[in-house]
Ligand binder design. Structure first.
Ligand SMILES: [Fe+2]
Ligand SMILES: [Fe+2]
Length: 305
């Protein structure tokens, strides 16, 4: 009976079965096809720096910071998943961290070209919440729940990156900044879908192979609802900055559609039982709150003109 519940709630029946070999191959392929982007391969020629600065300077800063915080994300991963398997370790060590680090360094260089200060990433602070969950993860049943939540967070984060870089690429072209669009943003953008696919497939693998008992899936739902956060938005200032990013990338009108996309994996794996759920309410609420903070202007970017 429990298994039937999972099948219905997981909604995975129509999806191809994910295997551990497929996950391993995916990681291997990503490493081969997408070496870290070298600084020499990008053309940072900006035709109208003042315009780029005022329209997208704060967006570039946000993305640079979040990319550079990959070092902290690795510490979080090591805390949360003391028992991470070999494929996860290869992914973060050989593929993900080296790629994201270069994304961050390139964007940070670009924002400094524009006259902004360097990004100020927090690469060290592992929150108390994560340390508590990490301590509990030494218990196998908790480790599995944490692992699923980790993949869901990764999927939402990477999908957010895909969408942000897509919009930023279009925006740079609109401003006539073709070198930046093509050699900076598009190069970075091409590496994000592979990260998203890794987290999505890993989460799906867990549900398809019934790694979690129904009570664990239920616990994952409860914890996800309570702990969901927008990527890189760990305090009120950063939430306001995320709201500004949403405004500047013209996502305000299509907010539910944006939320729909970043929640694609958790809707499939956690909420399929809620027929027709377009967006989990906690995702839309997080976005609405960020926008409200941005609109209040209390944390407005001082460099924006
Ligand atoms: Fe990235
Ligand atoms: Fe990424």
């Amino acid at each position: 009976m429990a298994r039937c519940d999972l099948e219905v709630e997981g909604g995975e029946m129509g999806k191809a079965l994910v295997t551990e070999t497929a996950l391993r191959d995916h990681v291997h392929r990503l490493g081969e096809l997408h070496p870290p982007i070298s600084l020499d391969s990008v053309d940072r020629t900006v035709r109208r720096p003042h315009l780029v600065l005022s329209e997208y300077g704060h967006v570039i800063d946000y993305l640079a910071r979040v990319e550079l915080e990959v070092d902290r994300n690795v510490l979080e991963l090591l805390t949360l998943l003391p028992d991470a398997n070999q494929t996860d370790r290869t992914f973060y060590r050989d593929v993900w961290q080296p790629q994201e680090t270069q994304h961050g360094l390139i964007l940070d260089r670009l924002q400094q070209d524009l006259g902004r200060p360097a990004a100020a990433p927090d690469t060290e602070t592992v929150s108390a919440k994560i340390r508590v969950l990490g301590a509990l993860s030494h218990l196998r049943p908790v480790h599995e729940v944490t692992r699923l939540l980790y993949y869901l967070t990764g999927a939402a984060t990477e999908k957010s990156a895909v969408l942000a870089y897509g919009r930023l690429s279009g925006g740079m072209r609109r401003l006539g900044e073709h070198a930046i669009a093509r050699t900076v943003i598009d190069q970075i953008k091409r590496q994000e879908p592979g990260h998203f696919a890794y987290y999505a497939l890993s989460a799906r693998w867990m549900i398809q192979h019934r790694v979690l008992a129904p009570w664990q899936v239920h616990l994952a739902r409860v914890l996800r609802r309570r702990s969901f956060g927008l990527v890189g938005a760990n305090n009120e200032v950063q939430r306001a900055q995320f709201g500004e990013l949403v405004q500047s990338l013209d996502l305000t009108d299509g907010l539910p559609a944006y939320a729909h996309q970043i929640s694609v994996v958790e809707r499939e794996l956690l909420w399929a039982g809620q027929q027709g759920m377009y967006v989990p309410p906690y995702v839309l609420k997080a976005l609405d709150d960020a926008l409200e903070l941005a609109r209040s202007g209390q944390y407005a970017d001082p460099i924006r003109t």
